[in-house]
Design a protein. Structure first.
Lengths: 247, 211
C-alpha cells in the first residue's frame, strides 16, 4: 500500500451520466450482462468500477457498485451482474431492465485495484470476482500484452464461471470446487501448489472474490513468500455469503 | 451538476419499485440501505495479524507534546462506548451497534493540539491512511475501539484495534490504526487519493471527490 502512495499517476474519474442499455445477455439464470452506451464517457482503467443508481417514482433510490468487464477500447461499457435474490439492484437489472432503458451511472471510480498492462501481474479470482480481471485481460489482448499476465480463476462449476470461454482461451488456470474439470482435475479448492508457479517474481497480485475467498488466497500468497505490499484485494459480501460487488 | 442533497440529475428508472425502504420512523442517509444483522467486510489489502503487545498508538504532528500509548496504557484510561449507527460508502448502513474503547478526546487532551492544527492524517499499521478535519474527531465524535458488541473486535473488522468515526462514512474509521498526525492542512489519504471524498459526510452523500 505504501508503494502506491509514492505513485503519482491518478486513475481517471468521471461524474454522473445517463447511459442507455444497448445489449442484455443472460449468461446464466443467476447473472446478467449489460452493455451500455455512455455519452461523454471517461476512459476507465481495467479494474475500476461504476455506480449504478436506480430511482423509484417516489424518489427512493438504490445504488450499487459494479466492476467494469470491458476494456476502454470497447465502444460500450460492459457489466456482469450476479443476480442476488434479495438484491434490489441486481434483481432489477437481471429481471426488469430492457434494451433502450436509461440508467444513471457514475464512474469510473477507484485507483487501487487497477492494472494498465505496463508491468507483470498475477490475477486470482473466485466467482463474479473474475469481472475486473476480464477487463484487464481484454485490455491486455487489445494491447498485445497478455504475456504480462497470469490468471487463476475459481468457481463451483464451469457453468458458474463468468466469461469461462474467454478465460480458458487466455490459458487461465481454472479450478472448480464442485466438479471434475475437463482436464481431469478433481473437484476442490485451488491449492498453493497450483498458485505457486503462476506468481511472477515481481508485480502486483490482484485478488478478487468473496471475503472468505480473498482471505484464504491472501493467506496462501503470504505463505508462498509473496510480500503483502504486492497484494491488492477487492472483496465483497458479508463473511461467508455473496452480496453485490462492492469496492 | 451536483445539488446540495442530490447528486446528478433526477431521473426515475423505468420499472424500478425498490425493496429496501427503511422501516417507518427510521431515517437513513440518502442512498443507504439497512444491512440488518450483517456486518460486511471490505478491505483493499491483506488483513494483518497484529500482536497487541507490540502495537502502539501515537498522536503527533502539531501538538504540544506527542505521545505514544501501549495497548495496556490505553486500557488503563477511562473506557467509553459508542452506541448508534454506522454507514459504509458502498451503501449499507448498520443500525444500533456498539463499539467499546476510549474517546479520542482523551488522547488529544494529553497531547494538546496546537492552535494551528486543523486536520488529522490517520495511519494504520498496514500503510492505509485517511484524512479528517480535526473537529470531526473531537468532542465525543471519535473513539479508538477494541470491542464490538462486547466481544473483541474481529481481525477482519480491524481487530485488535481501529479508529471509529461513526458520523462519517466508514472508510474514515481506519482499521488497525496506529497513528494520528495533526496537520495545518488537509492531506488526502488512501481512498481519498483514489477518488473518494475528503470529508465523507453520509447525510450530505459525500461519497466521491466533487460531491
Amino acid at each position: 500500500m505504501t508503494e502506491y502512495l509514492r505513485g503519482t499517476r491518478r486513475a481517471p474519474t468521471g461524474g454522473w451520466r445517463h447511459a442507455t442499455v444497448r445489449e442484455i445477455l443472460h449468461p446464466s439464470p443467476r447473472a446478467v450482462i449489460l452493455r451500455l452506451e455512455v455519452p461523454d464517457r471517461i476512459d476507465h482503467w481495467p479494474g475500476q468500477h461504476y455506480v449504478i443508481r436506480l430511482t423509484a417514482e417516489d424518489g427512493y433510490t438504490a445504488q450499487r457498485s459494479y466492476s467494469v468487464a470491458s476494456p476502454a477500447s470497447d465502444q460500450l461499457l460492459e457489466f456482469y451482474v450476479e443476480r442476488l435474490d434479495d438484491g434490489e439492484v441486481s434483481s432489477f437489472l437481471a429481471d426488469v431492465a430492457e434494451v433502450g432503458d436509461e440508467l444513471e451511472i457514475r464512474g469510473p471510480i477507484g485507483g487501487w485495484f487497477v492494472w494498465t498492462a505496463d508491468a507483470p501481474m498475477f490475477g486470482i479470482a473466485g466467482g463474479s470476482g473474475v469481472v475486473p480481471l476480464v477487463s484487464m485481460l481484454r485490455h491486455a489482448v487489445h494491447l498485445g500484452r497478455t504475456d504480462l499476465m497470469t490468471l487463476a480463476v475459481s468457481a463451483r462449476t464451469l457453468a458458474d464461471l463468468p466469461y469461462a470461454d474467454e478465460l480458458v482461451a487466455a490459458a487461465a488456470v481454472v479450478t472448480l470446487s464442485r466438479e471434475i474439470s475437463d482436464n481431469g482435475r478433481a473437484a476442490g479448492r485451488i491449492t498453493a501448489a497450483e498458485v505457486a508457479p503462476l506468481v511472477p517474481p515481481e508485480g502486483a497480485c490482484f485478488v478478487c472474490g468473496s471475503t472468505a475467498f480473498s482471505g484464504a488466497v491472501t493467506e496462501m500468497l503470504t505463505s508462498l513468500g509473496v510480500d503483502v505490499q504486492r497484494i491488492r484485494i477487492e472483496s465483497f459480501g458479508p463473511t461467508g455469503s455473496p452480496a453485490d460487488l462492492i469496492a | 451538476m451536483a445539488g446540495p442533497t442530490r447528486k446528478g440529475d433526477s431521473m426515475a428508472t423505468r420499472g424500478f419499485v425498490g425493496k429496501r425502504r427503511p422501516p417507518e420512523g427510521i431515517k437513513l442517509p440518502p442512498g443507504q440501505y439497512d444491512v440488518g444483522r450483517d456486518f460486511p467486510v471490505l478491505t483493499a489489502e491483506a488483513t494483518p495479524r497484529l500482536d497487541p503487545e507490540r502495537w502502539t498508538m501515537t498522536v503527533d504532528g502539531l501538538v504540544a507534546r506527542e505521545h505514544t500509548w501501549t495497548w495496556e496504557d490505553l486500557h488503563l484510561l477511562p473506557q467509553s462506548e459508542y452506541r448508534g449507527d454506522i454507514h459504509c460508502v458502498t451503501t449499507w448502513s448498520k443500525f444500533d451497534t456498539r463499539f467499546g474503547g476510549v474517546s479520542v478526546d482523551l488522547l488529544l487532551d494529553t497531547v494538546e493540539p496546537l492552535p494551528a492544527a486543523t486536520h488529522v492524517f490517520v495511519t494504520s499499521t498496514t500503510g492505509y491512511t485517511t484524512n479528517l478535519p480535526l473537529h470531526e474527531i473531537r468532542d465525543g465524535k471519535a473513539w479508538i475501539v477494541w470491542t464490538h458488541e462486547d466481544k473483541p473486535l474481529p481481525r477482519e473488522h480491524g481487530g485488535p484495534v481501529r479508529l471509529l468515526v461513526p458520523r462519517l462514512y466508514f472508510w474514515k474509521s481506519a482499521k488497525w490504526v496506529t497513528k494520528l498526525t495533526l496537520l495545518d492542512h488537509d492531506e488526502p489519504g488512501f481512498w481519498e487519493r483514489n477518488g473518494y471524498h475528503d470529508l465523507g459526510d453520509p447525510w450530505l452523500e459525500q461519497r466521491y471527490q466533487g460531491d
